[in-house]
Design a protein around this ligand. Sequence first.
Ligand SMILES: C[S@@+](CC[C@H](N)C(=O)[O-])C[C@H]1O[C@@H](n2cnc3c(N)ncnc32)[C@H](O)[C@@H]1O
Length: 224
Amino acid sequence: MAKDWFEWHELYQTEDVLQQRLEIVRKYISDSLDAASEGTIQVVSACSGDGRDLLGVLATHPRVKDVRARLVELNPQLVERGREAIAQLGLTEQIEFINGDATLTSSFAGAVPADVVITCGIFGNLPDEEVLQQLIRNLPYFTKKGGFVLWTRGHRDGVNYSERVRQIFQESQFTEVDFQLTATGNMGIGRHRFEGQTLSEPIDEQFFVFTGNPEKAGLLVSPS
Ligand SMILES: C[S@@+](CC[C@H](N)C(=O)[O-])C[C@H]1O[C@@H](n2cnc3c(N)ncnc32)[C@H](O)[C@@H]1O
């Protein structure tokens, strides 16, 4: 399982949908950093892969020195690659890359609430809508009032799964700031601003349940 997700990342070399998604996610991260007020900008990323979305932005963003981030990823090879990238950028004092379980809210204690919460590559790997609701109802623990949540959702068999995600955010004290489909047409990327009150404790210990299997996923059919 762990090795498979490492291999899955190789698809970034060849798959238009993933390359386009990454470009849009980076734009949304960059825009979120641009919008942050003066001082520290707190970022968290769940199931962060090798962190290429956030780290790619930090390589050139003018607010880089203000960013403090925690990335949580289960696959040790991806964490190692991410840590190497952090070291190359000279950001080891400000970016933590944790080899841990992002499905537990406790993995983020001390790093939330954040100004930017990255949940990319997760929604297509949840078992059902109930778990998506669970994840979103816990976001007030993760997100500062006015902070941003970034997400992605692949479409399959002609089903536009992003529409339901947008609807749930809208019903959950979030305002849509951005939404875009990749040019391939089968991947939605969203950015929502949290308008509610931040919670000091999570509602659930379990943030979400991740059921994705990269072998079964077959990217072209189900791009996570
Ligand atoms: C579809 S990939 C997305 C990676 C990255 N966010 C991106 O968009 O490129 C899903 C990632 O979730 C990781 N993952 C799966 N279960 C996890 C868990 N319980 N805790 C942390 N990471 C997990 C996998 O190892 C994989 O890197």
